[in-house]
Design a protein around this ligand. Structure first.
Ligand code: ZN
Length: 318
């Protein structure tokens, strides 16, 4: 820009004239920057507004993304108030999903992406904050500051549809989860590969072991169980290049041998199935998870979370 000005004003020599030019240049630059700063956020906001998930009721719910842009707040949950929880029993629902996709067959394990999206939106609106499983474990072991309504979102089996469907939906809300995968199935048909897992980990997800081959631990011997429990962790850590600290029992089945091998492997926690949100030292190696079935509506979802807000609101309207 200076070169252009120099060319155009090459004949100017006096101090007064130079000052006048300098002032004019500053005014010109000020106008340019003002125009740029007004138009930039507009240009950035327009496409984002169209990307927001469509709420079923067209209320004045602002999109999280747009709000973040307007306030320029880097924190993902700026209004979240932390509460000291633990050590000891910590109440925290751990949700369990298997597939987020459109089922080719009748299956309770397939959550339709639209339903999953509504469930994530509900979590956000009801004030839940997904936390890393490792933070829950820390709270149980030594105490930690947790959000007021913590929840852990877990996924079993390492399916590609979790990467393709659940991961981007959760990213809209700045949610992260823990993905339990098979060390023997990385990159197999329909299953995620190392690159996808590393991308998810870079976005804040945790990766756990769901054994090597999804064997029923109650139907195999000690050596085979060792491969499923202990070796699977070693293989995943070698492949991924970061620690894998949690294990999820295939079919939720734990055995005496596997219970010992969990400690040999050095896992910090292990996850099973259950019907409670009570997590503590007594079940740190069989954390209670609530499977979400394909036919759960938001009322049922709310009950799983121990949150009856929407039900109460409905009663008031009756
Ligand atoms: Zn499984």
């Amino acid at each position: 820009m200076r070169n252009i000005l120099k060319k155009n004003f090459v004949v100017v020599t006096s101090v007064a004239q130079r000052r006048a030019i300098a002032l004019a240049t500053r005014c010109f630059l000020f106008v340019v920057f003002t125009l740029m700063s007004c138009s930039a956020p507009q240009a950035a906001l327009t496409p984002i507004a169209t990307e927001t998930p469509q709420p079923p009721t067209k209320t004045s719910t602002p999109s999280l993304t747009a709000t973040k842009f307007l306030t320029e707040t880097p924190a993902s949950t700026p209004t979240q108030v932390g509460v000291k929880r633990g050590p000891g029993i910590v109440r925290c629902t751990i949700l369990l999903y298997h597939h987020v996709g459109i089922s080719p067959i009748e299956s309770q394990y397939y959550i339709h992406p639209e339903n999953f999206s509504l469930q994530m939106k509900a979590l956000d609106e009801w004030g839940f904050t997904p936390i890393p499983l490792s933070l829950l474990v820390k709270a149980i072991n030594e105490g930690a500051i947790l959000p007021e309504k913590p929840v852990v979102i877990s996924f079993d089996d390492g399916r590609m549809d979790i990467y393709e469907n659940a991961f981007p939906i959760m990213q809209k809300y700045d949610f992260t989860g823990i993905f339990y995968v098979l060390s023997g199935g990385l990159g197999d048909k329909g299953l995620v590969d190392v690159a996808e897992l590393q991308e998810m980990a870079a976005a804040g997800w945790e990766i756990g072991s769901h054994s090597n081959s999804h064997a029923d631990l109650s139907k195999i011997g000690a050596d085979a169980s060792y491969r499923e429990v202990v070796r699977s962790r070693e293989i995943l850590e070698e492949e991924l290049g970061f620690p894998v600290t949690s294990f999820a029992y295939p079919f939720g089945t734990i055995t005496e041998i596997a219970g010992k091998q969990i400690h040999i492997a050095g896992y910090e926690s292990a996850a099973g199935l259950g019907h409670t949100d009570s997590q503590g030292p007594g079940n740190l190696f069989y954390l209670q998870r609530r499977p979400i079935s394909w036919d759960y509506d938001l009322k049922r979802f709310a009950i799983v979370l121990g949150w009856e807000g929407p039900l109460l609101i409905e009663k008031e309207h009756e």
